[in-house]
Design a protein around this ligand. Sequence first.
Ligand code: SF4
Ligand code: SF4
Length: 164
Amino acid sequence: MSATVSDLCKACGFCCDGTLFDALRLTDADVGPAARARLPLFVDDGEQQLRLPCPAHVGACTIYEDRPSTCRAYQCLLVNRLEQGDLDLESALVRVGRLRALVDAIRPHLGEPGESFWVRAAALESRPFQWQIENEDLMLQIATLREMLARFIDARSRRGQMAR
Ligand code: SF4
Ligand code: SF4
C-alpha cells in the first residue's frame, strides 16, 4: 500500500467500521488467524464471515500485518481513482470528510447499538410517512449517505447489509 493510500485509509476506515458493509467474507486460510485474534466470526450460507464493525479497527487496523486476505485484497473506488491518478489525496480526503460528517449527523438518531448502522437506518426509513415528513432532513441525510457511499466508495454498498 502506498503512503498516499495509507493516509487516506487511516482517515477513512469505512470498509472496517460498518459504514459500508455489515460483514466481510473470509477464506478458509483466514479463519484460524482471525479466530486467534478474537475477531467476531460467524457462518452465513456456508461462508465464514467476520462481523463488522471490526473490533481490530481502533483508529486504524491494529492487526495490520495479520489482517485477513480479504482485507489485503480490498480496494474501494476512491483508492482505485487515487492510484490511477484521477484523484489527488486532498480531494479524496474531502470526500471522506463529508461522508464522515453525514455518518456523525445520522448516528445519534439510530438509537442503541445492537443492529448494524444500516439496519437501524433502514428502520427509520420504514417509520410512518408522517414521521418521515417531520424528519425529512434526516431522511435526506440517510439517502445522501447511501448514494454517496455507493458512488464514491463501493457500488455494492447501495444494497446494504452485505459482505464485501
Ligand atoms: S473504504 Fe477505501 S479509503 Fe476507506 S479505508 Fe477502506 S479502502 Fe481505504
Ligand atoms: S482486520 Fe483490519 S483491515 Fe480487516 S476489517 Fe478488521 S480492522 Fe479492517
